[in-house]
Design a protein around this ligand. Structure first.
Ligand code: GTP
Ligand code: SPV
Ligand code: MN
Length: 610
């Protein structure tokens, strides 16, 4: 196939990296855009692209005083979240994909998607985005290059990643990189008017783990299109981690300082829309305790020379759930957004060009909702899509820890797993050891949320909060976690201690038993006390659980009875869990590490289940 008469910019490029140039030319000839733009990551570029998006009707500029340099976007109503059913791990061998992912042979997927990509950028600009996940001054900087026909994606990637000219320069002519191809899949015929949010009804989010490639088609939103995020930093990176002995995890990273000035770094894995951003930015309600943010969604963890596990946040921005975020629940997110330079997608817009969403205080008398329609408090629909998001630079977070940019990362003292469960799972429990902690992670369960297309509120197993993000066989992933527990050079005692939390347990009338948000600092305090050999607990069938008197509840206005219910380990509820865990483990056949069956047997024995 030959290129059309002209693709403006095809022969002008700010690099001489042969593999990169060959790939860009190949994709340009396949997708036939009108022109090619190499992104430099500059403020000018941002200003130009956002202005173009405003002219096209894709963005609305918000009030420059209240929301400086910030914009409002509405997606097509069909393109609002990750599409797990359309997400594929195209390993050469189907056995390397496993039962929790969708699989297609790489050659078959490439053939199919090549036909989708053919001419798909007609009438559009093709952008080339050089980016780096994690600090650029890392020993081995983790480069990627995204090709996209969406200016919204370029603007978002500028917030979410380190990108532009300095990345391209650091790549030189030889650096390895993950090629990440994205198209909204909506070519324009000559004279055809564009729509504010182009996308396609045909969607594929495909990963080629052996060749470390990403091909995405048809969606412009979130993890489907910002390919440095879930596609690279979790699905592809988890495969790199398996091969190289490290972990790529769906975890926040926070720094916790106690009143005596002692620091602990904590990583926590909760499924999508289950509280990572909120915990990462927590404002403690107990005096003298301090939380600082390092990351809110993804952690890459490697052993240091001292045998400890060090975590780096590969991202550079926050892509946070909007509804529920306000000055009471997450004031640090509100401050981050007040600094401007943010994109808001599928939230509501006020008549004075500010944003609003459910949970942000009293609703104004009139709004433009995420569909672009009039909305009043009498409306029987929500004004903002439940998966509406803010996208803001992490550097604007007022409690950003200075170490966030340290390529060596921070040594993790504790890992928290958590889910959204109305019943069964106590507020917090501590695992007995690493393998038991891996069992807690491997059997983690949570109610589905609006972060992915599909039914909301259904309990499913979400191992380590990674169900949609493990780039290989989940059984092999559990084996990798078990192997990490051996530590390096007999330093297994330096591994983080593992805890399991549930902020979402409810009473009979549906009320939350635990107030959550800033009050979660009380649980963090207990975690740290346990690390330091203090902190009371009782041993239960599911691990060490505090009694109400073991938590610092000073000044907390919640009935002790509710706290006790939140902490309760009920044998009947856990007995009901056993068949579900058994069914879950059975999926993995002989790929499931035998020690996890032993953990299940031990749990059954403790519950007197036969
Ligand atoms: P992703 O960005 O999708 O990975 O989500 P996340 O894990 O970062 O979740 P986030 O912190 O954005 O919270 C999701 C929703 O849960 C928001 O509506 C929050 O207001 C709500 N939430 C967070 N923490 C708590 C909590 O401690 N208690 C309760 N009840 N709700 C919470
Ligand atoms: C998640 O769904 O876990 C997110 C949002 O963090 S997205 O980037 O769309 O994956
Ligand atoms: Mn997430």
């Amino acid at each position: 196939m030959t290129a059309p008469a002209v693709i403006a910019g095809l022969d002008q490029h700010p690099t001489s990296h042969p593999r990169l140039l060959a790939w860009v030319r190949q994709i340009a000839e396949l997708t036939t855009p009108d022109s090619i733009v190499w992104c430099d990551g500059s403020e000018d570029e941002w200003t130009r692209l956002t202005a173009e998006l405003v002219t096209a009707g894709s963005l609305v500029r918000l009030d420059p005083v209240k929301r400086p340099n910030s914009f409002w976007a509405r997606t097509d109503p069909s393109d609002v979240a990750r599409v797990e059913e359309r997400t594929f791990i195209c390993s050469v061998d189907e056995a390397d994909c496993g039962p929790t992912n969708n699989w297609m042979a790489p050659s078959e997927m490439k053939q199919l998607m090549t036909e989708l990509y053919r001419g798909c950028m007609r009438g559009r600009t093709m952008y080339v985005i050089p980016f780096c996940m994690g600090p650029l001054d890392a020993e081995n900087p983790m480069f990627g290059v995204e090709i996209t026909d969406s200016a919204y994606v370029v603007a978002s990637m500028r917030i979410m990643t380190r990108m532009g000219t300095n990345v391209l320069e650091a790549m030189g002519e030889t650096a390895d990189f993950v090629p990440a191809l994205h198209s909204v899949g909506a070519p324009l015929e000559p004279g055809q008017a564009d729509v504010p949010w182009p996308c396609s009804t045909t969607k594929y989010i495909s990963h080629f783990p052996e060749t470390r490639e990403i091909w995405s088609f048809g969606s412009g939103y979130g993890g489907n299109s910002l390919l440095g995020k879930k596609c690279y930093s979790l699905r592809i990176a988890s495969v790199m981690g398996r091969d190289e002995g490290w972990l790529a995890e769906h975890m926040l990273i926070l720094k916790l300082t106690n009143p005596a000035g002692k620091v602990h770094y904590i990583a926590a894995a909760f499924p999508s829309a289950c509280g990572k951003t909120n915990l990462a930015m927590l404002e403690p309600t107990i005096p003298g305790w301090k939380v600082e943010t390092l990351g809110d969604d993804i952690a890459w963890m490697r052993f240091g020379d001292d045998g400890r596990l060090y975590a780096v946040n590969p991202e550079y921005g926050l892509f946070g759930v909007a509804p529920g975020t306000d000055w009471k629940t997450n004031p640090n997110a509100m401050r981050t957004l007040a600094a401007g330079n943010s994109l808001f997608t599928n939230v509501a817009r006020t008549d004075d060009n500010d944003i609003w969403w459910e949970g942000m205080g009293e609703p104004p008398a009139h709004l433009t909702d995420w569909h672009g329609d009039d909305w009043t408090p009498d409306s029987d629909q929500v004004s903002s899509h439940p998966n509406s998001r803010f996208c803001a630079p992490i550097t604007q977070c007022p409690i950003l820890a200075p170490e966030y940019d340290d390529p060596r990362g921070v040594p993790i003292s504790a890992i928290l797993f958590g889910g959204r469960r109305k019943t069964t799972i106590p507020l917090v429990s501590q695992s007995r050891d690493w393998v038991h902690g891996v069992f807690q992670g491997a059997t983690l369960s949570s109610e589905t949320t609006a972060a992915a297309v599909g039914q909301v509120g259904v309990v499913r197993r979400d191992p380590m909060a990674m169900l949609p993000f493990i780039g290989y066989h989940a059984g092999d992933y559990f084996r990798h976690w078990i192997a990490m527990g051996k530590g390096v050079d007999g330093n297994a005692d330096k591994l983080p201690s593992i805890f399991y939390v549930n902020w979402f347990r409810r009473g009979d009338d549906g009320r939350f038993l635990w107030p959550g948000f800033g009050e979660n600092s009380r649980v963090l305090k207990w975690v740290v006390e346990r690390l330091e050999g203090e902190g009371g607990a009782i041993e239960t069938p599911v691990g060490f659980v505090p009694r109400a008197q073991d938590l610092d509840l000073t000044g907390l206005d919640v009935p002790t009875a509710d706290i006790e219910l939140a902490l309760e380990v009920r044998p009947d509820e856990w007995t009901a869990e056993i068949p579900q865990i058994t069914e879950w483990f059975d999926k993995f056949g002989d790929k499931l590490p035998a020690v996890l069956w032993s953990e299940l047997d031990a749990l059954k024995a403790r519950l007197n289940v036969t």
